[in-house]
Design a protein around this ligand. Structure first.
Ligand code: UT7
Length: 320
């Protein structure tokens, strides 16, 4: 009897730039307050790259990947592929994944970027799962890395206070252990809602523009829906989840989704207080927190759900 091949997340690594920007720092140049930002978003601080000499996304991603590789006990030469989710690439091309590949020395690997904004990590993970379970590749690095501070309009108080820079990486490896690994995944996009969250590639205004209120409402609706769909696809009820690890955009979005899913607060992972919204890096940054605290063991079930510009939504159910 042949066994089903699964794709397991065997390690996680993260990296954030050293410089911390507190909410109170915005008070010096914007009509805002620490109190407004903390109470409306849950964010208290974020890490950002230097304004004068910004670290590129590939460097943040490389650092996170190095930690993930070390924790997996895996050498760069063993990696078959690198999938990098980012909306802040070093270049249009070469891809950020190719830049990371050469810096790590993953000489055997394929490498490409995925563009799904804040849902990018769930998209990249889903692609890695398909490639690994198909049997052609055994070890794939999935990276989310962003230098969002370079894309912000620092005079727009409703967007620039939300974001932070950082990176997270996981090693996805083929496994024959039944029932373990990525159990199910659901991806959906709605291009008709693209104009509520944009970062233009051309033209005069090349900074992020967002209709925050609208994004908020769609985020709650679509993240709840995706989470329900992925659980239904797995044939499991939401009580089986040990951790809900959502994209970290706003603590009020996270609470509203958790409430609709009837998930108790102790199962909901929220660390945006310290990192802000780091887009494709936010889920691995939150996962790392649980992992480092010893919260992940064999059989732990986690649900990753994210929404991003596009609009894009993704949900991945994982059994460690
Ligand atoms: O990763 C996915 C992408 N992004 C998101 O998921 C973000 C989704 N949206 C949000 O998180 C929230 O909509 C925001 C945090 C952006 C805004 O919070 P809100 O509760 O939706 O506020 P609002 O846009 O309804 O604005 C309420 C008031 C407005 O003033 P008026 O018109 O009532 O006088 C804003 O101008 O709050 C004002 N405001 C601020 N006041 C102080 C907006 N930003 C600020 C600020 N400080 N930083």
């Amino acid at each position: 009897m042949s066994t089903m091949r699964n794709a397991r997340i065997i390690s996680v690594g993260t990296y954030v730039p050293e410089t911390v920007m507190e909410n109170s720092d915005f008070e010096r140049f914007l009509d805002t307050t620490d109190e407004w930002i903390a109470s409306r978003t849950g964010i208290r601080q974020r890490h950002i790259v230097s304004k004068e000499l910004p670290t590129p996304a590939s460097h943040l991603g490389r650092e996170a990947a190095l930690i993930a590789l070390k924790r997996a006990g895996c050498s760069p030469a063993e990696i078959d592929g690198i999938i990098c989710a980012t909306f802040t690439p070093d270049y249009f091309f070469p891809s950020t994944a190719c830049r990371i590949q050469t810096e790590l020395g993953c000489t055997r690997a394929f490498a490409f970027d995925v563009g799904a904004a804040c849902a990018g990590f769930t998209y990249a993970l889903t692609i890695a799962n398909s490639l690994v379970t198909a049997g052609q590749y055994s070890k794939v690095l999935v990276i989310g890395t962003e230098v969002i501070s370079k894309t912000l309009d620092w005079t727009d108080r409703s967007t620039c206070i939300l974001f932070g820079d950082g990176a997270g990486a996981v090693v996805v490896a083929g496994s024959e252990t039944p029932g373990r690994g990525i159990v199910s995944s659901y991806l959906k996009s709605d291009g008709a809602l693209g104009d509520i969250l944009v970062l233009p590639a051309w033209g005069e205004k090349r900074t992020m523009q967002m209709k925050g209120n609208e994004v908020f409402k769609h985020a709650v609706r679509l993240m709840t829906d995706a989470s329900e769909k992925v659980m239904a696809a797995a044939g499991l009820s939401i009580d089986r989840i040990d951790y809900f690890i959502p994209h970290q955009a706003n603590s009020r979005i996270i609470s509203a989704v958790a409430e609709q899913l009837h998930l108790p607060a102790e199962k909901v992972v929220c660390n945006l207080e310290r990192f802000g919204n780091t887009s494709s890096a936010s889920i691995p940054l939150a996962l790392d927190e649980i992992w480092a605290a010893g919260g992940i063991s064999d059989g732990t079930m986690a649900l990753f759900t994210a929404l991003g510009g596009g609009l894009t939504v993704g949900s991945v159910l994982v059994c460690f």
